[in-house]
Design a binder for this molecule. Structure first.
Ligand SMILES: Nc1ncnc2c1ncn2[C@@H]1O[C@H](COP(=O)(O)OP(=O)(O)OP(=O)(O)O)[C@@H](O)[C@H]1O
Ligand SMILES: [Mg+2]
Ligand SMILES: [Mg+2]
Length: 458
């Protein structure tokens, strides 16, 4: 073909592979590459009579893994390719017809098992030769499809959606609570994906903010996120939750609610501001005020709490004023923030855990500390049993969750001579102790609460 009969091709073009069942795939025209290549995963060689064929999967749309096409093509070669990092690897080469605009011709494609290809296809010079001349300043000179046309072509491939798509944002899929939440979501017909907090990352950008997951997958199709955040990753996890929220995904507990419930001092201030009774609590920066701090909470025995504590690990009982003073000053000397609190002796090592979901107490249990221990936490050997709470306690639990704006909350209440007092509110309360003690399906309550918020009905 003479030079002037060559057609102009742009730097990006839409290719159609009828034999592979790919309705359209955007290719980067790359005359620097000899052979064309196609992003492919799960590549397997199979025998068809005397011929070798290849079965593989293609995600034809850029930055979108929700569509996966199953393809088959004839294997024509195996080539060693050196990657940019200098490692040689074998690539399979298949041959199949491609359509570009009006032209259909056979093309050889290496199957590139690369996760991070921006373009799912590269159109190399073997395919261009004697047909096209590249004009790198233009795109879609041979074939242009509008977004609507692409959408129409791919509509049949989108999985029929029957339930919600939920992400469980947590750290350990083996935990009882996480396993139960996954089970409950699946039982109600939803798709639930476990996302490890530390494997998710984000792009902050006014036009196209994103959340990505290890390997480059973009997480953009969730209806809801259930955050189950361990204390050590609170800061990072809350940034992720805010990002999901910015992307319009419903987060069962918001980042703000989780953050403020994790800071015992801040949470206590919110409680007193909203007329929620807590044991008398003091906080001071300087050791010079320790003596008065102790007096303020009615003297020893008293409780000292690390501002960020769970499972009762950072809660200490000081029996005498002397002991209290030295423990408080010891924490201060290592710059650890603590609360000093009146000891509710009459509770006899008991407290009440109320599980609140969307403003309702769905279960409650009493926890009794082990003999010789004042902390009722299950992790400290506490024993759980069913309890019928008073309407005053119920109101207190609901109000505490509401003040912190938590849709799911574990509210701890202690019975004192002055009536029920709020101890603390947990934003990722465990399910094991309370489901076992009460026989209630709390995971199911959590999932139904999401359905109600999203006005979803099965
Ligand atoms: N002021 C108090 N008087 C008497 N007992 C208390 C007091 N504060 C806490 N306790 C006991 O210590 C336990 C742990 O305290 P708290 O719940 O404040 O700490 P935590 O480490 O955050 O525990 P969690 O695992 O529930 O988050 C309580 O469940 C309760 O049994
Ligand atoms: Mg706590
Ligand atoms: Mg507690």
């Amino acid at each position: 073909m003479a030079q002037n009969e060559l057609r102009i091709i742009g730097s990006e073009e839409w290719c159609v592979f009828d034999h592979l069942g790919i309705p359209s795939i955007k290719a980067r025209v790359d005359s620097g590459a000899k052979t064309s290549s196609l992003q492919a995963t799960n590549i397997k060689v199979i025998n068809k009579g005397a011929q070798e064929w290849v079965k593989f999967e293609v995600n034809p749309l850029q930055e979108n893994r929700s569509i996966t096409l199953q393809c088959e093509a004839r294997l024509v070669d195996r080539r060693m390719v050196k990657s940019s990092s200098g490692i040689s690897e074998e690539r399979l080469v298949v041959k199949t017809p491609v359509t570009l605009g009006e032209d259909t011709f056979d093309i050889e494609l290496t199957l590139a098992n690369r996760d991070t290809m921006e373009f799912r296809m590269l159109l190399g010079r073997e395919a261009l030769m004697d047909r096209y001349m590249v004009n790198p300043a233009e795109s879609y000179k041979v074939q242009y499809f509008t977004d609507e046309e692409i959408d129409l072509k791919y509509r049949p491939f989108y999985k029929q959606k029957t339930g919600l798509k939920i992400a469980l944002l947590a750290s350990n899929p083996q935990l009882y609570s996480n396993k139960r939440i996954i089970e409950a979501a699946e039982a109600r017909g939803h798709e639930i994906v476990f996302l490890n907090v530390e494997l998710a990352y984000m792009k902050l950008d006014a036009h196209s903010p994103e959340i990505r997951y290890r390997g480059g997958n973009i997480l953009n199709e969730f209806d809801a996120v259930i955050p189950r955040i361990k204390p050590s990753v609170t800061f990072y996890a809350c940034a992720l939750i805010r990002q999901f929220d910015n992307l319009g995904v419903y987060c069962q507990n918001t980042a703000e609610a989780i953050t403020q419930s994790r800071d015992k001092l801040f949470a206590s201030q919110l409680f007193s501001k909203n007329d929620i009774h807590i044991p008398i609590t003091g906080f001071a920066k300087s050791p010079m005020d320790t003596k008065d701090l102790i007096k303020m909470v009615n003297g020893a025995p008293l409780i000292i709490k690390l501002l960020e504590s769970t499972q009762g690990k950072g809660v200490v009982l000081a029996e005498t004023n002397k002991a209290a003073e030295s423990v408080i000053n010891a924490f201060k000397s290592v710059n650890t923030n603590i609360l000093v609190q009146e000891f509710i002796k009459e509770a006899n090592g008991q407290d009440i855990r109320c599980f609140v979901v969307n403003g309702k107490v769905v279960a409650s249990m009493q926890r009794q500390a082990e003999k010789g221990e004042f902390r009722a936490n299950i992790h400290q050997g506490g024993k759980a049993s069913i309890i019928k709470i008073t309407s005053e306690e119920k109101k207190l639990a609901i109000k505490a969750a509401k003040v912190l704006n938590l849709a799911v909350a574990g509210v701890d209440i202690i019975r004192s001579n002055k009536g029920p007092l709020l101890l603390e509110v947990n934003s990722s309360p465990g399910l094991e102790g309370i489901e076992n003690a009460t026989g209630k399906d709390i995971a199911n309550e959590m999932i139904m609460a999401i359905e109600r918020k999203l006005k979803f009905s099965i």
